[in-house]
Design a protein around this ligand. Sequence first.
Ligand SMILES: O=C(O)[C@H](O)[C@H](O)COP(=O)(O)O
Ligand SMILES: [Mg+2]
Length: 299
Amino acid sequence: MAARLSSAAHYEALLAKYDTWMFDCDGVLWHGDRLIDGAIEVLDLLRSRNKKVLFVTNNATKSRKSYKGKFDTLGVEAHVDEIYGSAYAAAVYVSSVMKLPKDKKVYVIGMKGMEDELRDEGVAFLGGTDPADSTLSPFSLDAFTLDPTVGAVLCGLDTSINYTKLSKAFQYLTRNTGCAFLATNEDSTYPAGGGLLPGAGAISAPLRYALGRDPVSIGKPASTMLDCIKAKVNFDPARTIMIGDRLNTDILFGQNGGLATLLVLTGITTEAEVTGPTASSIVPDFVTQSIGDLRVLGK
Ligand SMILES: O=C(O)[C@H](O)[C@H](O)COP(=O)(O)O
Ligand SMILES: [Mg+2]
């Protein structure tokens, strides 16, 4: 049963127990470019209490560096080495886990953030934001030339998805022997400013259906992201808490990594998924309405 937090004493006890605070972003800190009320004050308060703050997002549209730009624009203190996104985790996975040979390329369904992270990891790629792929013209197999050096297809949130990109990815995954099918993450939806939008999982779904095969998913809840963080940051999992809005990614990620978990209800998960007859089998350690609730500690 999750412990419901509501008082300053509850939050004070959390600060005493945990030194490292890992924050999901969409639905916890913001909706699109709209900050959650109180998020800045709480992050500042945690830093004033000498807590280690990390940002762990499945959103692959931005690189760590461009996320730093978003934090700066929103007035949130953040440092690049505190930011871990699924684009970064995917680039590290391709280069250091699957060790894609240097003469091989990745076909990307995704945005600039994914391309920037692959480039920073020295991974060759095609597709992505290439204007030749961003077309609504019918896809012609006769006009398509298969690149035999494509050894993996990496699919992430792509707000310019189209039939050409899906068709090219399908060709590589069915005609290039051993071509790996990778997804940055599989979130079905995400909370944007003003409502829900289809997430990365909805972008890779057509390929999953057409291929009859699931991708290797690299973002939360998989351990790859935590492995990337461990490679850069020294922290004690027993004194670390993961704060998230989605049960099957953020909370499961925390549980898989031996972290404590705090669910907030400002994003995807509803009260009905936490309590009552339709409650999920994924049960966080703690629940609070919003990360802004911790402002009481600064009073
Ligand atoms: O890919 C998506 O669906 C979204 O980018 C993802 O859900 C948002 O990531 P979060 O910061 O909530 O992990
Ligand atoms: Mg989220």
